[in-house]
Design a protein around this ligand. Structure first.
Ligand code: LMR
Length: 434
């Protein structure tokens, strides 16, 4: 009965690791998946995580019972505090509901399904109702974005559209577009990249959902400035667009947990609603523990508690209730001020090592006289550099240099080390000069 099943392609990101694992070359280098590596090229378990695990193991009162459907209460409270800030009025007014989910992906997926079921506004008039019925439940995602986003939201029951984000010409943010090129964009807006982010959000139907990367945009490493965030916020609030933040890199962009939460906090400070999906995969190195949280900021405490009751109905048939080990590690660290400080130091060290890799790669390309302006390597932030290399160049680098990366030219700077920078620089040089 399954004979008709066709083989599915490998995942565009995780499939890179599958190909890498099959390569017997001793010089192979995996810059595909966004996972932190040490200078020795090894995965890192943070010392503070080891300590927290030891505390948990030594606590004989701990049992392996089911968690409630919404997860570990302490973890949820501390996660909301981490992203919204300890003094957040939304937390103080009990307007936030937070549920533990399976890392960032699971949080986005639960959020999508909740929105598909419950997000609609009825503004009294029948016409409004019809318009909202037609247009709502559409989520606008940046172009480009993390490859899993469109899949998560589509399967979650939302219709997916894109908004302009990246300008290949400047390798920076395509914020405003431009009048001159706007005209050309009637023919081809992708190549000229000229309808800007603001244009697209302005023409999104009122009430649409907009996915925003809280910081360290994946895959481009390009974030709006705080002033640009403020413009985005004003525009979105004036049009009634609902923000859904994906916060997968808090602490990884600047090395500061608070600075990397600024975009989210701006939207919460204005009193409006928003959703936030948090992941502890990168910032605590808990990749395989699948620890994350979905928070929904509501208008008041009563709405928040009703929203939570519905989130339980989404979670129960999806994964029943979440795992206990990962969030216990996070809660142990977040509630102890010494461990929290230790974590911030280790986190900053990871962020700083990535920044130093950016400088080393940039210098190595300059030393080789590699044609092109590579300053975006040091301007972009977070785990990734969106190199601008095309898919043919990527194939060449994999075939000739055993360097593995996603076909869009994204490289994980976190996978690079002082020892491997020259190899990557040689490969890039060869790819662009051949
Ligand atoms: C990535 O973009 O490489 C990471 O977020 C890992 C993943 O699951 O894709």
């Amino acid at each position: 009965v399954f004979a008709h099943v066709v083989r599915a392609p490998e995942d565009p990101i995780l499939g890179v690791t599958v190909a890498y694992n099959k390569d017997p070359s001793p010089i192979k280098l995996n810059l595909g998946v966004g996972a932190y590596r040490t200078e020795e090229g090894k995965p890192l378990v943070l010392n503070v995580v080891r300590k927290a695990e030891q505390i948990l193991v030594n606590d004989s009162s701990r049992v392996k019972e089911y968690l409630p459907i919404v997860g570990l209460a302490d973890f949820n409270k501390l996660s909301a505090k981490l992203i919204f800030g300890a003094d957040s009025p939304a937390i103080q007014e009990n307007r936030v509901t937070t549920v533990q989910c399976l890392s960032g992906t699971g949080s986005l997926r639960v959020g999508a399904e909740f929105l598909a079921k419950h997000y609609h506004q009825v503004n009294g008039s029948f016409i409004f109702f019809i318009l909202f019925f037609l247009f709502l439940r559409t989520i606008y995602i940046p172009q480009p974005t993390w490859g899993n986003h469109p899949k998560i939201f589509t399967i979650g029951g939302l219709s997916v559209k894109t908004y302009s984000y990246y300008d290949p010409a400047t390798r920076g943010l395509n914020f405003q577009g431009s009048m001159y090129i706007c005209f050309l964009s009637c023919y081809d807006d992708f190549f000229f990249g000229v309808i800007g982010l603001l244009d697209d959000l302005s023409s999104a139907p009122s009430g649409a959902i907009v996915l925003l990367h809280a910081c360290a945009h994946n895959p481009t490493g390009v974030d709006p400035t705080l002033e640009q965030w403020e413009q985005i916020r004003k525009l979105m609030r004036s049009k009634g667009l609902l923000p859904f933040f994906d916060s997968a890199y808090q602490g990884f962009a600047s090395g500061s947990l608070d600075a990397d939460a600024q975009s989210v906090r701006m939207f919460v400070a204005d009193g409006g609603e928003c959703l936030v999906a948090q992941s502890y995969a990168k910032n605590m190195g808990l990749y395989g523990e699948r620890v994350g949280a979905l928070s929904i900021v509501c208008k008041n405490a009563d709405v928040a508690s009703r929203v939570e009751s519905q989130l339980k109905l989404v979670i129960r048939p999806m994964f029943s209730n979440p795992p206990i080990h990962g969030p216990s590690i996070v809660a142990t660290i977040l509630k102890d001020s010494n461990m929290y400080n230790e974590w911030t130091i280790e986190l900053k060290a990871m962020a700083d090592r990535i920044i130093s890799m950016r400088h080393k790669l940039f210098e190595a390309l300059r030393a080789r006289g590699t044609p092109g302006d590579w300053s975006h390597i040091i301007k972009q932030i977070g785990m990734f550099t969106f190199t601008g290399l095309n898919s043919e160049q990527v194939v060449f680098m994999t075939k000739e240099y055993h360097i593995y990366m996603t076909s869009d030219g994204r490289i994980s700077m976190a996978g690079l080390s002082t020892k491997t920078v020259p190899h990557l620089a040689d490969a890039i040089h060869a790819a662009v000069t051949r």
